[in-house]
Design a protein. Structure first.
Length: 461
């Protein structure tokens, strides 16, 4: 075993795996205690996972748990492996059991993994509802950051399962302004009108969210994620100068003190992102580009910073800089289906500006083939081409699809907007034309309503 561990420490994964495979296959292996067998099998599973042999890793981790099921990390890693193997039902059930057995570890759950499982993994509704109910009952807050959109989804699933009392219990605790905007625009929540009337307005919730995050940030000044969330809340409330001050103060502290005193340092990328949005609203466009660029050069969650590279590309295209926009998105590596839609949207925007009809057609074809990943991006691309009929068809389809309805409605809400960028005026003109169509108005009425909110949507430039 020690030889295997030595190989692993030197990065010789194949040799380490071969040594551990030999130990596991030896007849004496069965004479070991359950805890000893677990340690060897779990170590081998982890090495196989690092070696991209995920199916073998899952097999070994199941054997490790069968030998000794007392380590919560084994169960959690197996759930992630099952998700990566696209066994979403198994991953959902395992996470539900994990939460029930080890609720004290709830804040160790990775938000990115849960978001991917619950919103992109698409397990069936019963499994999704079970995971969310377990999270809600355990009091999950993602370390205080807030997870209101997960609770909105749980409320919808509860209503669909005729569990009105549970839906009401969940909704009663929602205070995120943009999630409240989603709820109030969605016809599916109209049966809970008395409860919704007791919740704060979107504008009041924006103020409350700033105050909540200010208190948390003051209590935990080393939490980079809370500083980024506070800046985002300030941006939603229209307080960009304060948002800029928050991002600059935390970035300066990190530069002065180094990484050691800070937690969630990967979230620094969102400090740059929110700094860029604040600068853009102030009309400091070159400084905004510089902030997006700085963020794009940082690692995100231990890998290539995809989000900031895509945001930089989208922003540059809105500024009418197509060559720079394409260059920015070329640095983005592996990404989600949504990320690929953003990338295609930037390519399409840049190609139209450059007069490259072939590239524009190719990008549009990709978006049409993968519209499920983000119908809203497809609608925007069609509006750029002034194809209002096709844009209307794509929007109507999203509004009529329960799993896409909330995002489609959100894209139509009227939020405060900064001054238009050079390439956004035509898009807004197309959107205005789209919303005058009777077929679109009828689809909106079937799904919900368009409301005006005196706050900013954080997304968009």
């Amino acid at each position: 075993m020690w030889t295997a561990l030595a190989h692993a420490e030197r990065g010789e994964v194949a040799k380490a795996r071969a040594q551990l495979d030999a130990i596991v296959a030896d007849s004496l292996f069965r004479s070991l205690t359950g805890a000893q067998r677990n340690a060897l099998l779990s170590a081998n599973a982890t090495l196989a996972w690092q070696d991209d042999a995920t199916a073998r890793a899952a097999e070994l981790m199941r054997a490790a748990i069968a030998a000794d099921a007392s380590d919560p990390e084994d169960h959690y890693r197996l759930a992630v492996m099952e998700f990566q193997l696209e066994d979403f039902a198994a991953a959902s059930r395992r996470i539900t059991e994990w939460i029930g057995q080890w609720p004290a570890h709830i804040d160790l759950l990775d938000r990115g993994f849960l978001t991917a499982l619950l919103f992109r993994g698409s397990p069936d509704e019963a499994d999704r509802r079970a995971v969310m109910n377990a999270l809600f009952d355990a009091g999950w807050t993602d370390n205080g950051r807030g997870v209101a959109d997960v609770w909105r989804e749980l409320a919808l699933l509860s209503l669909a399962a005729n569990e009105q009392a549970r839906a009401g219990e969940v909704i009663a605790g929602i205070a995120d302004p943009l999630v409240l905007a989603k709820i109030r625009s969605d016809l599916r929540f109209d049966g809970m009108a008395p409860l919704l009337a007791s919740l704060p307005s979107v504008e009041a919730a924006a103020v409350m969210e700033v105050e909540r995050l200010q208190a948390l940030s003051a209590a935990m000044p080393g939490r980079v994620d809370l500083a980024a969330d506070l800046a985002a809340a300030l941006l939603i409330a229209g307080r960009e100068h304060e948002a800029l001050a928050v991002t600059d103060a935390m970035l300066a502290a990190i530069d002065a003190d180094g990484a050691e005193p800070f937690e969630f340092l990967d979230e620094r990328v969102w400090l740059f992102n929110n700094r860029a949005i604040a600068l853009r609203r102030m009309g400091r466009l070159d400084d905004a580009v510089a902030a997006f660029t700085a963020g794009s050069r940082l690692d995100e969650q231990g890998g290539v910073n995809v989000s900031q590279a895509l945001n930089l590309g989208a922003f540059l295209c809105m500024l009418g800089r197509p060559v720079d926009a394409v260059r920015a998105i070329e640095q983005a590596g592996e990404m989600t289906g949504y990320g690929r839609m953003v990338q295609a949207g930037v390519r399409h925007c840049a190609a139209l500006q450059s007069g490259d009809t072939a590239s524009a057609a190719s990008a549009l074809a990709y978006m049409e083939a993968h519209a499920e990943d983000s119908p809203e991006i497809l609608v925007n691309a069609l509006l750029r081409e002034q194809q209002v009929d096709r844009a209307a068809a794509a929007l109507i389809k999203a509004l009529d699809t329960p799993s896409r309805r909330a995002e489609a409605l959100e894209s139509l809400q009227v939020f405060r907007m900064p001054p238009a960028l050079p390439e956004s005026a035509a898009l807004e003109t197309g959107r205005a034309r789209l919303l005058t169509r009777p077929d679109v108005q009828q689809a909106v009425a079937r799904a919900g309503r368009i409301l005006q909110h005196d706050v900013f949507a954080l997304s968009g430039f």
